[in-house]
Design a protein around this ligand. Structure first.
Ligand code: C2E
Ligand code: CA
Ligand code: CA
Length: 563
């Protein structure tokens, strides 16, 4: 068996299992059918069941004698009926009883062939018709297939991947994940039917592999494909071939894919964990503009173990106060002199073993497993306490912005929680600004608009964080309720070196002007960046040029000086 996809059945001879205890009958049927079909033989039900176990996905039909030793035809039919995955294989009963038609059909057969086999044409016609009917039927009931690409869907992929291990236990396997870079852009720029064509092109490329390697594939989450294949001596070659084949078939020059490979899977892992490892490797492909591939290796494994440890340590860390919040001042630069106008709360983890861990390491992790909600609530509380403390000590209310992760936005208790935090610290919603990253707006934007609308009615101000890093369409921007645009650091970094980036910032400032919202530039490290942004009309600056994020006491000292 080289592949277990339906495609094979279409391109190769269909496979028939003949089950009869009499050798002469097997020979006769063999002669009649061998030209058109590939034949397998069994001399009793038990032998047949063994063959069916490994071949059920490629068998087009079973021709079954009823009276046999060891396990007879009726018993085999019962066994097939009991097993979900065997149900789709049609069975034709071979019988010498002349009135056997009704009985055969009653026990689950689709047809019968009378013995002796003296009418070869009739036999061939019955076999052909039964196969055709069964195939049409599977097409109609193709719930196991993704209707767009014809590959398996996720659920069946995992079920059949486990079977593949069982029946090809001797083979090592590779797990592969293929993802289309910026697929939503293809839909947006070229339309949904072009998006669908691209998905089919990827599926076709995957299928060409399945003709050569034992394995199976599925599509899930719109533009992600999973493959589970017999191990290849050179998986890079497979990745390279997929990349060039997809480029060739798609016909779109700016389309690229990233591929993650987990070679020679460890069998002690679940199938989901094996695919996860390929997905982890896939996510390390950096460029989203050109195709690339990556392997799951020791380094990634170490990183995964480290991440697992961090997750295990989190509750203890929260209880022991290992998480501390620092505050980075933001300055309004509209006037002659920069004026401290607010600060951003940024979390740090002072880990007793690993030292200071950057949020860039643990935030994405916590966003995946939901821990982020707990952590964010902690930060919001700490931030509100700090604002109240400064107010008490220095008589100055310095508003602080907190990061609200995408996951928080789907929490029905969010609004109550935020209101409770501000009121219990004697503050107003104006004192706690909410930073929501641009990419959180994509997806269910209807729900986002609703949630943000409510928060704004309560008096909270919304900053759209990392603006320009996502792909918000202008259309979406104008309908999004926001109060401040926060320019992505990537632009600021290059603003003095690249005219293109400078121009982009100008455009964003024009958009902000059109929307009547102020713009914050973050990541400003140099004087020339600050001066250029000021001359372009940017309103607020945050960055190392003015100050790194500081512990609350230090920011308090700053406030004491401004007083
Ligand atoms: P962000 O929200 O875009 O925060 C700005 C990041 O830029 C911070 O990194 C800040 O320290 C850094 N930064 C500020 N000025 C400069 C500069 O001049 N140059 C450079 N190179 N970097 C500068 P940090 O603190 O490592 O945080 C990274 C990200 O982690 C944040 O990006 C935010 O997405 C996330 N994060 C931090 N704290 C929280 C939190 O409490 N909750 C959530 N959900 N996310 C958080
Ligand atoms: Ca932020
Ligand atoms: Ca940001």
């Amino acid at each position: 068996m080289k592949t277990i996809s339906r495609i094979e059945k279409e391109t190769r001879k269909r496979k028939i299992l003949v089950v009869d205890d009499e050798r002469i009958n097997r020979l006769l049927l063999g002669k009649i059918l061998e030209e058109e079909y590939e034949l397998l033989f069994a001399s009793n039900g038990r032998e047949a069941l063994d063959i069916i176990k490994s071949e059920y996905k490629t068998l087009s039909i079973i021709l079954l004698d009823l009276l046999m030793p060891v396990m007879n035809g009726f018993e085999l039919l019962e066994a097939l009926e009991a097993e979900k995955r065997y149900k789709n294989i049609p069975v034709i009963v071979l019988t010498s009883e002349h009135n056997a038609e009704i009985r055969s059909l009653q026990i689950g057969a689709v047809d019968f062939i009378p013995k002796p086999y003296d009418m070869p044409e009739v036999i061939r016609a019955r076999v052909k018709r039964s196969i055709k009917l069964a195939e049409e039927n599977t097409v109609l009931n193709a719930v196991e297939n993704d209707s767009l690409t014809g590959l398996y869907n996720r659920e069946f992929f995992f079920e059949y991947a486990k079977d593949l291990d069982m029946y090809h236990n001797e083979l090592e396997k590779d797990a592969i994940v293929v993802n289309i870079n910026r697929f939503h852009l293809v839909n947006e720029l070229y339309g949904h039917s072009a998006g669908n064509d691209l998905l089919r092109a990827v599926a076709d490329s995957v299928r060409t592999l399945l003709r050569e390697y034992i394995g199976l594939a599925c599509r899930c989450d719109s533009d992600t494909f999973y493959l589970y294949l017999e191990h290849s001596a050179d998986p890079s070659e497979i990745a390279g071939r997929l990349i060039s084949d997809i480029a060739g078939r798609s016909g779109l020059s700016d389309v690229s894919v990233r591929i993650g490979i987990y070679e020679s899977c460890d069998r002690s892992l679940t199938m989901e964990q094996r695919i996860d490892r390929a997905a982890i490797a896939c996510n390390t492909c950096r460029s989203s503009y050109s195709s690339s591939y990556a392997f799951y290796d020791n380094e990634l494994h170490e990183k995964e173990l480290f991440c697992e440890k961090l997750v295990r340590d989190t509750d203890k860390a929260l209880a022991e106060g290992q998480f501390v919040v620092h505050y980075q001042p933001k300055f309004n630069i509209e006037g002659d002199k920069p004026r401290l106008s607010s600060a951003e709360a940024l979390i740090r983890w002072m880990h007793p073993e690993h030292g200071r861990i950057s949020p860039g390491v643990f935030i994405p992790l916590f966003e995946e497993n939901g821990l982020i909600q707990k952590l964010d609530r902690y930060v919001w509380n700490e931030a509100a306490k700090a604002v109240a403390e400064w107010k008490k000590n220095y008589g100055i209310t310095l508003p602080v912005s907190v990061n609200v992760s995408r996951v928080d936005m789907y929490d029905p208790g969010l609004e109550d929680e935020l209101l409770k935090i501000v009121s219990s610290n004697g503050l107003s919603p104006r004192d706690l600004l909410l930073e929501i990253t641009e990419s959180a707006y994509s997806g269910n934007s209807g729900q986002m608009i609703e949630v943000i609308g409510k928060l704004r009615e309560d008096g909270f101000m919304i900053e759209m964080d990392d603006f320009g890093s996502g792909y918000s369409s202008l259309n979406m921007l104008s309908s999004m309720p926001i109060d401040i645009l926060k320019l992505d650091m990537g632009f600021v970094r290059k603003i003095c070196e690249s005219d293109k980036d400078k121009r982009l910032v100008e455009i964003i400032l024009e958009i902000a002007d059109f929307l009547s919202v102020p713009v914050i530039a973050e990541g400003v490290e140099k004087e020339e960046q600050y001066l250029l942004l000021k001359s372009m009309g940017c309103n607020v600056i945050q960055g190392y040029y003015f100050s790194k994020p500081l512990p609350p006491e230090n920011l308090g000292m700053w406030l004491a000086r401004t007083k």
